[in-house]
Design a protein around this ligand. Structure first.
Ligand code: SF4
Length: 326
């Protein structure tokens, strides 16, 4: 059974300047035990989508279901149970841990909030610390007594202590020293193997994604523009935005050169998304139709789809459906 499914999910914020369409019609799924990476530039809506999945903000439209249950309809114990099953690790281990609390209290809080018996709490804390490679004595220290990498281990221990099925990893290593990023990535992968966790990995570092995720979804201005198995998407990117993101990643393998592509400018504001294809003001392959009509999703291979008029033979005479030109 699918673990998490999003169907046409949207989140619009009303501001004095107008309606911000932060997330606008996202459909995707995550299976048990897999890693789905969500990539895109800052401001494309990745973190807002994470908040929606965590149940921290209401949907404007659409449905999110967890193990087949619509989470917006959950109340009381059902809602509390869902929150235990889906946890998060955020980017900054300095601000995500309360500096006034000892690690023991930080780790005990979620257990007690979910009704765990006090007599079992110490053992669960020790197990969580052991899982992330910290000694039991860490429980009696404060966050400031740890390095950045150790703090992120504590944040991971807190996410794991309720034995979730899904962990949302919001840029989990980007605030850490380069020297310890690989260690943290290995730890996350080991934990996934040992505990059968599914991850939603939000990242802008595509080199990280290539090694950590089974599938990748590329987000641009509130929409998913391409998604597919990691290997297929990296070897045969179909959307010009994906091609441009990948072109920016160095690849020391002449046998498998990157797709080329270059974009300029920044993500437009979600207050007034461009007409037609939202990427058209930055797209080097923009055609007339792109400025007027939003592209539909085209299935280009098994588990690989993209939204671009270049994939539609109605707009590019002489091309087969599913074959990108240029
Ligand atoms: Fe570029 Fe047009 Fe494809 Fe959008 S639909 S990515 S503007 S070619």
């Amino acid at each position: 059974m699918t673990l998490l499914a999003l169907e046409d999910v949207a989140c619009h914020f009303t501001t004095p300047a107008g309606v911000v369409r932060a997330v606008d019609g996202i459909t995707l799924k995550i299976d048990p035990g897999e890693t789905l990476a969500l990539v895109g530039e800052s401001g494309c809506g990745k973190s807002t989508l994470a908040w929606l999945i965590l149940g921290l903000h209401p949907l404007t439209r659409g449905r999110i279901s967890f193990k087949g249950q619509d989470i917006s309809r959950l109340r009381g114990r059902g809602a509390k149970g869902f929150r235990a099953r889906v946890q998060a690790v955020f980017q900054d281990p300095y601000s995500s841990l309360n500096p006034r609390l000892k690690v023991r209290t930080i780790l005990a809080e979620p257990l007690l909030a979910h009704g765990a018996a006090r007599r079992g709490v110490a053992a669960k804390i020790n197990r969580a610390l052991s899982l992330v490679g910290l000694p039991e004595m860490s429980a009696d220290l404060y966050p400031h007594e740890f390095s950045g990498g150790q703090r992120q281990r504590i944040a991971i221990a807190r996410a794991l202590i309720l034995e979730p099925d899904l962990v949302v990893l919001d840029e989990p290593i980007s605030a850490l020293d380069v020297s310890i990023r690989a260690q943290m990535l290995n730890l996350l992968q080991d934990l996934q193997g040992e505990l059968g966790l599914a991850y939603l990995l939000i990242a802008h570092d595509l080199a990280l994604v290539e090694h950590a995720a089974r599938r990748v979804a590329v987000m641009y201005l509130g929409e998913i523009v391409e998604d597919g198995r990691t290997e297929a998407l990296f070897d045969r990117p179909q959307h010009p935005y994906t091609q441009a993101l990948l072109a920016a990643v160095p690849r020391p393998d002449p046998a498998h050169p990157r797709a080329t592509g270059q974009i300029h400018g920044e993500v437009a504001t979600a207050l007034a998304p461009p007409s037609g294809c939202r990427f058209h003001p930055r797209c080097p392959k923009c055609m007339d139709v792109c400025t007027k009509t939003a592209p539909e999703t085209t299935i280009v291979a098994t588990e690989h789809q993209a939204r671009c008029h270049l994939l539609d033979s109605r707009h590019v005479p002489g091309t087969r459906r599913g074959t990108i030109v240029g």
